[in-house]
Design a protein around this ligand. Structure first.
Ligand SMILES: [Zn+2]
Length: 491
């Protein structure tokens, strides 16, 4: 797929939005409405056609789709199938261009092209803690788009073809691993995929770092933190480390700082910490471009030709102005296979969407700016109310990542005496770094938690790094866990 992104990088906001609206109309008319069972029904109920979408503002005629809408239920056990585009040969035959192509290239060529467009050949699953992960199907066209978006990530991050890259994302049917994989092949750089903590473990990944001396390291922040801490403990040198590219979970400023310090101890004081943002339902991810360590990030650089990002007020669902905080909503413009329109991510971004040229790389693509709070995970675990107060776990996570002398940590929720009817308890597990007194650190952490999130942990327990790795599931879980819920359910 030719990524139009290159050509869209110099366009002003009004032109970008006009072009996106034209693509949206085309996408709805040619791909979604004829072939999506779910959206056919939605459009029928609302008496809508593709013609009703003349500008991006018209998107609000469509209802949002949420994570819950995608889940199978007992009376709809295969509900995920309703979101897959299933082509109808008769409609495809009537498409402008089909007859022309059949005459010029023959029927076989036409069939091959339709197969690439519509036949699912690949699958990922939604991540998170939902009991029932939702399969997302991709066609060859989606894989081409994934590769194009992956290449976009590499370009924005300032990767170099001669670099050697280590992809430490967990080998799993999840977007992050495959996006990194296709990014490497499409961009044309040497990439080794280690499979993450569960496949090669901290030690195995570290052995690879020693041998490979990668220029770029890609993975989940919690896992890379463990690997680099271990590298520092073993006095490993990796002077050529240039980029640490993070994805799969949100990254606090404190954790960025800690990774930067670790890279410095490995002999790479100028290594850049870059974050990416993406989700299964978008089938792509976006990256930050490099900026000076003391300057704020320019945010995630979007591909306006491949999707529309809206920012909404999470309470009312209405639009917010540019550069205003709100929840991220995504609509693809070129997807096939599983297609979800106006997907509500549950993620809020505090700087919103901007169309201003990037102050660092000067690309003129829309960008998502500021801190992302992933509320979706919190909602799934029903953690909003702990100990009778509303706890902002996003804030708590920042507090702990930013705290001095705190290395890896984990918050554990329990019930007193493991009795489901008893009160909630929060236990904070910490690996202490850079010296410091346990009693004093305990007191400081408790105060910090109370100041920001209005709760005191019931217990703060200090562990060595091995124990913390075990608690977080490094090497046993696909994704390391910073927040675990061990509250027994009421029977
Ligand atoms: Zn930039």
């Amino acid at each position: 797929m030719k990524l139009l992104w290159d050509q869209w990088q110099g366009l002003p906001e009004t032109v970008i939005r006009q072009r996106q609206a034209a693509r949206l109309q085309h996408f709805l008319r040619d791909a979604v409405l004829p072939f999506s069972a779910h959206y056919q029904q939605i459009f029928r109920e609302r008496n809508l056609t593709a013609d009703a979408f003349e500008s991006l503002e018209d998107l609000d005629r469509l209802p949002f789709t949420t994570k819950a809408d995608l889940l199978n239920t007992s009376n709809r056990p295969d509900h995920f199938r309703d979101f897959i585009l299933v082509p109808d040969e008769k409609i495809l035959a009537r498409r402008p261009g089909t007859i022309c192509r059949a005459l010029l290239q023959g029927r076989a060529a036409v069939r091959k092209r339709f197969e690439a467009e519509f036949r699912p050949v690949f699958m990922t699953f939604t991540t998170g803690r939902a009991a029932d992960p939702v399969p997302f199907l991709d066609t060859q066209q989606d894989l081409d788009m994934l590769a194009a978006a992956g290449k976009g990530v590499m370009e924005v991050c300032g990767a170099r073809r001669e670099a050697s890259l280590l992809n430490a994302f967990p080998y799993a049917p999840h977007l992050a691993f495959w996006l990194a994989h296709y990014a490497g092949t499409e961009f044309g750089a040497m990439m080794f995929s280690s499979g993450g903590g569960k496949v090669m473990g901290t030690d195995g990944t570290l052995r690879l770092i020693k041998k490979m001396k990668p220029d770029d390291l890609i993975g989940i922040p919690t896992f890379l933190y463990h690997v680099l801490s271990q590298a520092v403990a073993e006095k490993v040198r990796c002077e050529n480390l240039r980029n640490i590219v993070l994805g799969g979970e949100k990254v606090s400023d404190g954790l960025r700082e800690k990774l930067r310090d670790l890279a410095a101890e490995l002999g790479a004081p100028n290594a850049r910490i870059l974050s990416t943002y993406g989700f299964t339902e978008s089938k792509m991810a976006w990256a930050e471009c490099p900026c000076p360590a003391d300057k704020p990030s320019a945010g995630y650089h979007l591909y306006p030709d491949l999707g529309v990002v809206e920012i909404i007020d999470p309470k009312t669902g209405g639009p917010v102005g540019t550069e205003s905080p709100g929840e991220i909503v995504f609509t693809p413009l070129a997807a096939r296979g599983t297609v979800v329109l106006r997907y509500r991510t549950g993620d809020c971004i505090d700087g919103g969407l901007t169309y201003e040229p990037c102050p660092y790389c000067h690309r003129r693509v829309p960008r998502l700016v500021g801190r992302i709070s992933r509320s979706s995970e919190i909602k799934e675990m029903n953690l909003d109310k702990i100990k009778g107060t509303l706890v902002d776990f996003n804030e708590l996570e920042h507090v702990l990542d930013d705290a001095p002398h705190v290395g890896a940590w984990q918050l554990e929720l329990r019930k007193a005496n493991d009795d489901p009817l008893e009160r909630d308890e929060i236990i904070l597990h910490v690996h202490k770094i850079d010296g410091g007194d346990e009693t004093q650190l305990s007191r400081e952490l408790s105060e910090r938690c109370f100041r920001i999130a209005d709760v005191h942990p019931n217990k703060i327990l200090f562990h060595d790094v091995e124990k913390l790795r075990e608690l977080q599931g490094v090497g046993t879980q696909i994704k390391e866990q910073k927040l675990v819920d061990h509250r027994p359910k009421v029977k």
